[in-house]
Every structure is written in structure tokens, then in C-alpha cells.
Design a protein around this ligand. Structure first.
Ligand code: GTP
Ligand code: MG
Length: 424
């Protein structure tokens, strides 16, 4: 009989380590998040270490004393690896592996791992592979032994045994190839977007910190049927659905990949193409989990990331989500303020789960749409009633009056259609 594989043995047991250069609280919260990332990637956290230092040690990330401590912990807890809460330089990675004699990973690798396992579409897969290769390329030089460790990350046995695959030249060739493929996908996307543009519907991108409830909101509004779960990075690929409001007006909504603090730079680069949906949208729904104690930090991260992606000058609606949960916490006696954001254009408080506040969100949308439309008053001869159809479809028909000389119409229409609808 074939050898049985003991799954228990394959499970990674990791120690999380962080260097705190500022407030201890932040480091604790960041490490909590790293723990969630690790568990999403399939590893179990067996220990945590935070070192307070003025700066991260340039050579080994941790200082010597802490390294000794972690080495003992590894032994005591029978841990199989260490995950550092910051992206390590190639030298830090190598030195720390040497000093601890165990597998060392960093936040970036874990996030890349999760993304790799979650990517579904061709575009998503290309983007993740691109980010992984770029991360790996700079870490090839002088690696002390098998690259399988680097390539593998958590849980996987590593495809890197084949020396060829790890050859730098090949990596760069592959990066070039992937970039080309990504361009193709992008062109295709452009065409789809242009076709969609002919609809004259406004588009809104749903962005926000991971796990804020973006997909739940889109599902709630459009029955999109997107996977929403209590996991980090449940969504990678953008999904666009049409949301029809009570009065029949339509808005296109796009769900996007979540953001996180210390998001690997290569990943941001790689996901620029996916996030173009947000760049070309008229409105940004910034979904915020207002029940999360880290809310302020999370909002800050989202705003910074949007800036980095050059997604600026949009109408921004801050959507404080999970109000039901916030209320529960308040009832439990937890001190929580009513969330506010004065830096955005509009703010609403909702629960995507219970549906509360969704009418307010709709009102905000209507206001935005109205502000983007122009008033039209005209009498159409009976031979031109086709134009009234267009108004009905793309604008808001306020009144129509059938007279002898034609149909007198009052309406709000998209600015880009006004000229065509007004001329005789
Ligand atoms: N209590 C409560 N939970 C919510 C609400 N909205 C979403 N959730 C829960 O929060 C978790 C994350 O929701 P998702 O919709 O997957 O979040 P997301 O922003 O799409 O997350 P990623 O795709 O991972 O970035 C799920 O377990 C949801 O059920 C809400 O209004 N109230
Ligand atoms: Mg999602």
C-alpha cells in the first residue's frame, strides 16, 4: 500500500514576529492581522513576538537577543517557520534564515500566496504571477540554498526544485511575456468599457479595506451572487453589475479587490489593471467596517492606496457598513462613536447584512446623478418621438405634454447627450 501522508505533519505552525518602532498597540493590531492572513493561507499561529526597537535591524530584521529567544520558541513550540510582519530585504531574509535555521517568510509572501490561491480569471492569475516573480527576482542573488522555500511560501512544497525555473534570466523572460499578456487583457477590457460607456449609465466602484463588506453590499443591491466571507481577500477579480433603483434609473457597480496595510508594492503595480475599473468610474463607494476598532487606520490605508493608484478627483461616498454590529458592540458597553468622514463628498451609514440605510445610499446616488445632468425643455414634433425614448432610457423624464405642435418635454439628461437631444 502507498504511504499515508499525515496531514497534521504538513500543517505549518508558525511564529509571528514584528518590530515595533512606534506604538505597541499598532504592532499588536498589525500582528493580529498577520495572524488572520496566515490562517487564510493555511498556517496555524503558535506564537507571537514583538520587539521594540528604534529601527528594524538592517541585517537581520530582529536584534540578536530576540533572535535567540525566537530560536528557543521554535524548539519549544515545535514551530515549522517564522513570519515577519514587514517585507524583508533579500539580505535580511537570508541572514534570518541562517540565524534561526528555519523557514522564514514575510507579510508580502503570505499575501502573494493568498492571492495566488484565490486568482480565478486569466487576468488575476497573470497579475499575481507577475508580482510573485518580481518579488522573487531580486531575492535570487546569493540565496544560500534551495529556492523552493522562497517559491513555495506556506503549505506548498515549492515548484522551485528545478534549477531552471529559478534562473534569473528565465524569470525576466517570463515577466516580459506576462506583461504582454496583461496588455492584451487590458485592451480587451478597454473595448468592453467603451461599449459600456455608450450606455450613459454612471459607474461606481466599490473599494475598501479587505473584509469591509464590499461584496456583501454588491450582492445585496444586485443579487450578484459573489462569494462574500469572513476571510481576507475573498475577492480578487472585479465584478460589474447593474443596479436598478426604485425609479428605474441604472448605475453600474463594480466590486474590487480589498486593500490592506503594507500591501506589497508589486501587487499594487500588478493590480493596477484590475483597479482600472475604479479609475474609470465616476463615483467611488468607500466601504468602511465601522465596527472594526482599527477603522481609522483602515480608512487611511484605503485613501493612501487610492492616491498611489492615482485614483483621484472622484465623487467619493464613504459608506459606513456593519452598523448592526456597531450597535451590538455599543450595547455590550463598548465605547464607540458614531462614525463620520468629513473629507468625502457624501457619507451614509448602512448595514449590508440587514439592509438598513440602503435607501439613504440610493438617495445619495440620485443626488449625484442629478448633479451630473442638465435640464432640458423642448417641444418635439410627433415625427421625433424616438428622442423621448432616449430620454426615458438615459435620463429622467419629468413631464411630457401632448400638444398640437408636438410633445412638450421637461427632463434631466446626461450632459454628453444634451446637444444631440436639443438640436432640431
Ligand atoms: N454584521 C455584519 N457583517 C457584515 C456586514 N456586511 C458584511 N459583513 C460580513 O463581513 C464579512 C466580509 O464581507 P465581504 O462582503 O466578503 O467583504 P469584502 O469587503 O468583499 O472582503 P474582501 O473581498 O475579502 O476584500 C462577511 O463575513 C460578511 O458576512 C454587515 O453589514 N454587518
Ligand atoms: Mg469581496
Amino acid at each position: 500500500m502507498a504511504e499515508m501522508i499525515d496531514l497534521k505533519e504538513l500543517e505549518e505552525k508558525v511564529i509571528l514576529v514584528a518590530v515595533s518602532t512606534g506604538s505597541e498597540d499598532d504592532a499588536e493590531a498589525s500582528l493580529d492581522e498577520l495572524g488572520e492572513l496566515a490562517s487564510t493561507a493555511g498556517a496555524r499561529t503558535v506564537g507571537r513576538v514583538i520587539q521594540n526597537r528604534e529601527n528594524v535591524h538592517p541585517g537581520t530584521y530582529l536584534g540578536k537577543g530576540k533572535i535567540d529567544e525566537v530560536r528557543e520558541m521554535l524548539w519549544d513550540l515545535q514551530a515549522t517557520g517564522v513570519i515577519c510582519d514587514d517585507e524583508l530585504s533579500p539580505a535580511q531574509l537570508r541572514n534570518l534564515e541562517d540565524a534561526l535555521d528555519t523557514k522564514v517568510m514575510d507579510r508580502t509572501m503570505v499575501i502573494l500566496d493568498i492571492f495566488a490561491s484565490r486568482a480565478n480569471t486569466r487576468e488575476g492569475k497573470i497579475q499575481v504571477e507577475l508580482a510573485q516573480l518580481k518579488y522573487r527576482a531580486v531575492r535570487l542573488v546569493g540565496m544560500r540554498n534551495s529556492l523552493s522555500r522562497l517559491g513555495g511560501g506556506i503549505g506548498t512544497r515549492g515548484p522551485g526544485e528545478k534549477k531552471l525555473e529559478t534562473d534569473r534570466r528565465l524569470i525576466h523572460q517570463r515577466i516580459g511575456q506576462l506583461k504582454g499578456e496583461l496588455e492584451d487583457v487590458k485592451r480587451h477590457r478597454e473595448v468592453t468599457r467603451q461599449q459600456r460607456g455608450k450606455n450613459f449609465s454612471l459607474t461606481a466602484a466599490i473599494v475598501g479595506y479587505t473584509n469591509a463588506g464590499k461584496s456583501t453590499l454588491l450582492n445585496r443591491l444586485t443579487n450578484a451572487g459573489i462569494l462574500a466571507e469572513d476571510k481576507l481577500f475573498a475577492t480578487l477579480d472585479p465584478t460589474t453589475r447593474s443596479f436598478t433603483m426604485e425609479d428605474g434609473q441604472q448605475v453600474l457597480l463594480t466590486d474590487t479587490v480589498g486593500f490592506i496595510r503594507k500591501l506589497p508594492h508589486h501587487l499594487i503595480e500588478a493590480f493596477k489593471s484590475t483597479l482600472e475599473e475604479a479609475r474609470y468610474s465616476d463615483i467611488i463607494f468607500h466601504v468602511v467596517d465601522c465596527s472594526n476598532p482599527q477603522m481609522d487606520m483602515q480608512m487611511h490605508v484605503v485613501k493612501e492606496t487610492l492616491r498611489e493608484l492615482e485614483i483621484v478627483d472622484k465623487t467619493v461616498v464613504t459608506v459606513f457598513n456593519k452598523m448592526d454590529r456597531l450597535r451590538e458592540l455599543q450595547e455590550d458597553g463598548k465605547e464607540r462613536q458614531i462614525p463620520r468622514d468629513f473629507s468625502s463628498d457624501y457619507q451614509v451609514r448602512i448595514s449590508a447584512r440587514t439592509g438598513e440605510g440602503l435607501k439613504d445610499l440610493e438617495e445619495v446616488l440620485k443626488t449625484i446623478i442629478r448633479s451630473r445632468r442638465v435640464y432640458l425643455e423642448k417641444v418635439y414634433p410627433y415625427s421625433q418621438t424616438g428622442r423621448i425614448q432616449s430620454i426615458r432610457k438615459y435620463g429622467q423624464l419629468l413631464s411630457e405634454e401632448y400638444r398640437e405642435d408636438g410633445v412638450a418635454v421637461k427632463a434631466y439628461v446626461p450632459a454628453e447627450l444634451f446637444a444631440g437631444l436639443y438640436k432640431d
